[in-house]
Design a protein around this ligand. Structure first.
Ligand code: SAM
Length: 212
């Protein structure tokens, strides 16, 4: 993600009614925030939000929470949202390392990770969103029958993630190394910004689904 500081993005986020500030302590209260008991699905590292906004548009009976570390990126998603407001989506600007402070035990039905940062140096492996450390956090916030869905074009990160699913004691429900040529796994696929860009360059898209 090319990061350009957008002046005023922090202020725009603080004032935006769809953005839930960390200080709001929404943990365990998401159904009150959405004012319904629909399932809650989250995307960690939503970037400019194309994927999660499209899911929210297609599925009005599911609640979505988009999580993004950088204000300058998140603000782009908020701009798109203002063009077509949706009731079933909220956003948080945060580092996912503290995700267990924002969601209660078993509060989340599904976690999407799309084109997550690879952190190629071994000493940074713990920062990868598919590391065993993150699976431990997901284990806490995900419902017992919940699942994690991960897409990337980075084969090293994908190999690492397959190993980490096993190391974390999770089950691999499905995987493919060429999503767009796998009719079953690709059914209903919603493309992300990075997915569109990398598949246009000819990179095969990998996907895995994990549960416990
Ligand atoms: N998911 C989008 C897509 O597929 O088009 C964006 C992919 S981009 C490569 C990765 C995004 O994840 C960036 O916007 C980055 O800021 C965000 N990100 C990386 N690590 C994160 C973390 N620990 N917590 C929250 N967001 C994170």
């Amino acid at each position: 993600m090319r990061l350009r500081n957008i002046p005023g993005s922090r202020e725009a986020i603080a004032e935006n009614p769809w953005c839930i500030p960390e200080e709001c302590h929404p943990k365990g209260k998401w159904h009150d925030i959405f004012k319904n008991d629909h399932p809650i699905q989250i995307e960690i590292g939503m970037g400019k939000g194309r994927f999660i906004l499209e899911l929210a548009r297609q599925n009005p009976d599911i609640n979505y929470v988009g999580i993004e570390k950088y204000s300058s990126v998140l603000v782009r998603g908020l701009q798109k949202m203002e063009e077509t407001p949706l009731e079933n989506i909220r956003f948080i600007r945060m580092d996912a390392e503290t995700i267990c402070e924002m969601f209660g035990e078993h509060e989340v039905d599904r976690i999407y990770l799309n084109f997550s940062d690879p952190w190629p140096k071994d000493r940074h492996a713990k920062r990868r969103l598919t590391s065993r450390e993150f699976f431990r956090r997901y284990d806490h916030i995900l419902k017992t029958d919940g699942r994690v869905e991960f897409k990337t074009d980075n084969s090293s990160l994908f190999d690492f993630s397959l190993e980490e699913v096993k190391e974390a004691g999770w089950r691999l429900d499905g995987f493919t190394r060429n999503l767009h040529h796998d009719p079953l796994m690709n059914e209903g696929n919603v493309m992300t910004e990075y997915e569109e860009r990398f598949s246009a360059m000819g990179n095969p898209i990998h996907k895995l689904i994990a549960s416990r």
